[in-house]
Design a binder for this molecule. Structure first.
Ligand code: URA
Length: 186
């Protein structure tokens, strides 16, 4: 396992897949590296690629609003993605790209040791929970795996396309908030 400094350097130098050749910046993560909760999305978009930070574009602004409204404190969470480099045109990452990048995410999980992992959207669900599951069917239901509480929910970009999902994602995050209060007491 790499420490944070080594991990960031490896990510910055990574050319394990083609995304490493087209990115502007690698996007490792943002937030508290000792947080009790991790949020995982799909991959950087244009804004994220420009700034080197996850969830800073339109979907990220909506996510921040949601997290602040719950409310969560900034210290409560760390945000990362399945892939650390922007897929051109914001396409869904390919299997090979995700598989080559996942050891970095696993390393991040091992360093942070969160109690809760929130998988936002189909891509996070596919690589963290189950390749064949459907996000609309499993969202909002806790899974316990290897000592982590895992909550699948929608990707915030899905809320930008379909307003009716807002209330459902809100309900999922209410469950996350309640679980966080429970686990930090333990
Ligand atoms: N969408 C994601 O999945 N991740 C980001 O960092 C930004 C948008």
């Amino acid at each position: 396992m790499l420490n944070w400094e080594e991990l960031i350097k490896e990510c910055e130098e990574c050319k394990k897949c083609d995304l490493g050749y087209t990115r502007k910046n690698v996007v490792v993560g943002r937030g508290n590296v000792n947080a009790p909760m991790m949020l995982v999305g799909e991959g950087p978009g244009q804004q994220e690629d420009e700034q080197g930070l996850p969830f800073v574009g339109a979907a990220g602004k909506l996510l921040d609003l949601l997290l602040d409204a719950m409310p969560f404190k900034k210290d409560d969470y760390y945000i990362a993605n399945i892939v650390k480099c922007r897929p051109p045109g914001n396409r869904v990452p390919m299997d090979e790209e995700a598989e080559r990048c996942l050891p970095f995410l696993r390393n991040q999980v091992a360093l942070i040791k969160p109690k809760i992992i929130v998988c936002m959207g189909a891509t996070a669900m596919k690589y963290i929970i189950d390749k064949n599951a459907k996000i609309t069917q499993i969202r909002g239901q806790w899974l316990e795996r290897k000592g982590y509480w895992i909550m699948p929910t929608f990707h915030p970009a899905a809320l930008l396309r379909d307003e009716s999902k807002k209330i459902l994602m809100w309900e999922d995050f209410k469950k996350v908030k309640a679980k966080l209060e429970e686990v930090v007491k333990e």
